[in-house]
Design a protein around this ligand. Structure first.
Ligand code: KIV
Ligand code: ZN
Length: 390
């Protein structure tokens, strides 16, 4: 990294099609994957992890076809620390104008127990596999899975090995969503300080959301020097999911005053891709989900509606248009006030004077006590009744 602009740029690595799809029940078809990949490419995602080519014939074909159709994004395929996995990943991604191989191995004591490799044997495996990947492709990402539960001395040793063997990005996964923001930052700072060659590569952060801290942990890692965030649309992913792309991107945009980093994402495309991923994965977005939830820009209480009508900034820290929504949603219900009712009726074509509004407001409140949410049709019917009464 050289000049300031480069240092401030955070790469967005989307793994909706790999880690996101690993979420039980989120399987997507070949065509759906291609469509999502095209949308990610268009919105400015820097790297798309398109799948795990050795996992199945279908995964291989999806990664290969995404690689072929890609325009700007780097296309990445995942591979375990095994030569046949790496060869298969390369076979699929080599068709992309900008291919990447991502290879990983679990480095924590728990994972070393499973693979039955000693520390030295694992280092040898990393040397063999990263070197092999680098001989195939000049863009190689390496991940020590469960990094946040790996002994620091050993983590430094394996990261140094991967860098020496040619890895260009080192990803630090919080595989089980165990870390917390300060620890996430300290880990990146520790690696940057202790590992020879660390300033030559990009550190990535890959957080899971088991304790609801994935976004905070990813941003903390960036503040400490990571320059790639791994994330998924709507936070889709195994168990409680991954860092949500829309959250980190909008956090960096809205709080650029305290986190002065930029991304290449066209944020106005966020809502469209969020809806697409929800539809094809079958994972509905929770109503109060940050940024893309149905209620994220909806206001029902009278005080909030009145404030938003006078100046949206009173209760909105970002503009709905910034994420691709057309307008703030004033939800009409028993907490709504007169100003919101007047504005809503005006939108529906009824421009009321003060006295008429007073009368309609009484009827509206009576209706709202009986009905949870008042739809446009209810208001039109209300207006029809009051005109008939006159
Ligand atoms: O969570 C994780 O550790 C992963 C790796 C494969 C990077 O998804
Ligand atoms: Zn993961």
């Amino acid at each position: 990294m050289t000049d300031k602009t480069e240092q401030d740029r955070v790469l967005i690595f989307d793994t909706t099609l790999r880690d996101g799809e690993q979420s039980p029940g989120a399987t997507m078809t070949h065509d759906e994957k291609l469509e999502i990949a095209a949308m990610l490419d268009e919105m400015g995602v820097d790297i798309i992890e398109a799948g795990f080519p050795i996992a199945s014939e279908g995964d291989f074909e999806a990664v290969r076809d995404i690689a072929k159709q890609s325009k700007n994004s780097v296309i990445c395929g995942l591979a375990r620390a095994q030569l046949p996995d790496i060869d298969r990943a390369w076979e699929a991604v080599q068709h992309a104008p900008r291919p990447r191989i991502h290879t990983f191995i679990g480095t924590s004591p728990l994972h070393r127990d499973i693979t039955k490799l000693t520390q030295d044997e694992m280092v040898e495996r990393i040397e063999a596999t990263v070197t092999h990947a680098r001989n195939l492709c000049d863009n190689v990402q390496w991940s020590p899975m469960d990094a946040t539960r790996t002994e620091h001395d050993y983590l430094c040793r394996v990261v140094e090995t991967a860098i020496k063997c040619g890895a260009t990005t080192i990803n630090i996964p919080d595989t089980v969503g165990y870390t917390a923001p300060r620890e996430s930052a300290d880990l990146i700072a520790m690696l940057l300080e202790r590992v020879p060659g660390a300033d030559e590569i990009i550190f990535a952060t890959h957080c899971h959301n088991d304790l609801g801290m994935a976004t905070a942990n990813a941003l903390a890692a960036v503040e400490a020097g990571a320059r790639q965030i791994e994330c998924t649309i709507n936070g889709l992913g195994e168990r409680a999911g991954n860092t949500a792309l829309e959250e980190v991107v909008m956090a960096l945009k809205v709080r650029n005053d305290i986190m002065p980093f930029t991304t290449g994402i066209d944020t106005t495309r966020i809502m469209g891709i969020s809806r697409k991923v929800a539809a094809v994965s079958g994972f509905a977005v929770q109503y109060n989900k940050a940024i893309v939830g149905k209620n994220a820009f909806a206001h029902e209480s009278g005080i909030h509606q009145d404030g938003v009508l006078k100046n949206a900034e009173t209760f909105e820290i970002m503009r709905p248009e910034d994420i691709g929504l057309t307008a703030t949603n004033l939800v009409m219900g028993k907490h709504s006030g007169r100003a919101a009712l007047r504005a809503k009726l005006k939108d529906l074509g009824f421009d009321l004077g003060d006295n008429q509004l007073k009368d309609v407001f009484v009827r509206f409140k009576a209706l709202a006590d009986r009905k949870k949410e008042i739809y446009d049709d209810d208001l039109i019917a209300l207006m029809r009744d009051s005109t008939a009464d006159e």
